[in-house]
Write a protein that binds this ligand. Structure first.
Ligand SMILES: C[S@@+](CC[C@H](N)C(=O)[O-])C[C@H]1O[C@@H](n2cnc3c(N)ncnc32)[C@H](O)[C@@H]1O
Length: 396
């Protein structure tokens, strides 16, 4: 594969922004691509993928790179990917054999898997033997998965429509609204996206709305709705009949939910900003179904957000765990007696998942609920993101 100086420069300066100015990888990539409008689709793909992969493998790259120079680090990454370096001044003192020899001497899992030591210890302590394979899987590149908007089309129709545009997809077993792209590409530009035929949503994430067993006409609350990914899926499952109240503490996310609802042809979503506990208390006993897609460490979605491992710390995980228990305790009574409450995270840590549900069920409010089932989705088993979904029934 041939390297071009301008795109490699783009990668190097993006890496500088991410690691030296502590910026988020997705934002930096977006800005880099926006400020280089002349780059073609291949250049854009190369820059985005190289930045994400360098972020993913950063600790390993640092361990084998001969210096702190960012061109050396890019070159090291390129060698580790099995490519040949061009004869550029920037790579003069970089010796592929030395990089490979250094690499072969590393045996520590945290370095080989390019994760912080604390994360490796936490993973092993909480997931035991399955951690080794889980972290290996979470370091692989994510597949691009679409959720078919069944309000506008069917999976088969969308598959054919995309095929006409040269976009090959396949339907994964067990996920009835999902289509996986055979080859990574920017799918936001396709006219079918602009027409609201699909959203980008991992297959594991698509299990969340499905677990609420919604029916047309129901009243549903999505209490941590964010930009509305699950709300939109719920609306499609409800055939756009009934009512969904999409709530969040961040108004700008709800603005996005509204925009996406319009594109999806969804009219049953109402958004409401959570301004305090009063907003929640007013909704006591009001919904047939409540979804709590709570804030979490995001360790189940490392494939698509590799910089999470560099931004997280044991302290931030402990903090988010306190918030998770507060949310389930404070929001649980919005569901009517006899209704269903779903607690979900995109984490693989039991401390954010089953331990939280067990703690809730053992508490005073938990006495009014029973666990119907829970689903611990490990990335190594699903082939998609790691997730946790617990379905609780409020006693009648
Ligand atoms: C995992 S994200 C939700 C993703 C969203 N459901 C989707 O499918 O796109 C968790 C959300 O919880 C919100 N949040 C944080 N604290 C909250 C609170 N106390 N009450 C409700 N939502 C909260 C965050 O702003 C964030 O949007």
């Amino acid at each position: 594969m041939k390297l071009f100086p301008n795109t490699v420069r783009g990668v190097v300066s993006a890496i500088d922004e991410i690691f030296n100015n502590n910026k988020y990888a997705d934002k930096v990539i977006e800005k880099t691509l926006r400020s280089n409008p002349k780059w073609g689709a291949r250049d854009r793909g190369f820059v985005a993928e190289s930045v994400y992969e360098m972020v993913r493998w950063w600790r390993l790259i640092e361990a084998v790179s001969p210096s702190k120079d960012l061109y050396h680090k890019f070159g090291t990454y390129w060698i580790l990917q099995g490519h040949k370096l061009p004869d550029w001044r920037e790579f003069k003192s970089l010796k592929p054999d030395e990089v490979k020899a250094k690499m072969s001497r590393i045996s520590q899992r945290a370095v080989l898997q390019s994760i912080p030591d604390w994360l490796d210890q936490m993973g092993e302590e909480l997931l035991g033997e399955s951690w080794d394979q889980e972290i290996d899987t979470l370091n692989q590149q994510a597949q691009v998965v679409l959720r078919v908007n069944t309000l506008k089309t069917t999976r088969e129709q969308l598959m054919n429509r995309l095929a006409e545009d040269g976009v090959e997809t396949y339907a994964p077993k067990g996920y009835k609204d999902a289509l996986v792209l055979a080859k990574r590409q920017n799918i936001f530009k396709n006219p079918a996206f602009k027409e609201g035929m699909y959203e980008i949503q991992d297959a594991s994430s698509q299990l969340v709305a499905a677990s609420l067993d919604v029916e047309p006409g129901m009243r549903v609350i999505d209490a941590c709705a964010g930009a509305g990914g699950k709300s939109l899926h719920l609306a499609a499952l409800m055939e756009n009949k009934g009512r969904i109240l999409s709530m969040d503490v961040e108004d700008w996310k709800l603005t996005n939910t509204k925009l996406r609802a319009r594109r999806n042809g969804v009219s049953i979503i109402e958004t409401r900003l959570i301004e305090g506990n009063k907003t929640i208390k007013r909704l006591k006993d009001s919904a047939d179904r409540v979804l709590l897609d709570v804030p979490c460490s995001g360790l189940g979605v490392l494939k698509r957000n590799p910089d999470t491992k560099w931004k997280l710390s044991p302290e931030t995980i402990a903090k988010v765990q306190v918030l998770q228990q507060e949310i389930i305790q404070d929001y649980c009574y919005m569901v009517k007696p006899g209704g269903i409450l779903v607690y979900a995270t995109c984490s693989i840590l039991p401390t954010e998942n089953q331990h939280q549900v067990e703690r809730f069920l053992a508490s005073e409010k938990g006495q009014d609920f029973e666990l119907m089932e829970d689903h611990k989705v490990l990335a190594q088993e699903s082939g998609f993101d790691g997730f946790y979904i617990a379905k609780l029934k409020r006693k009648g």
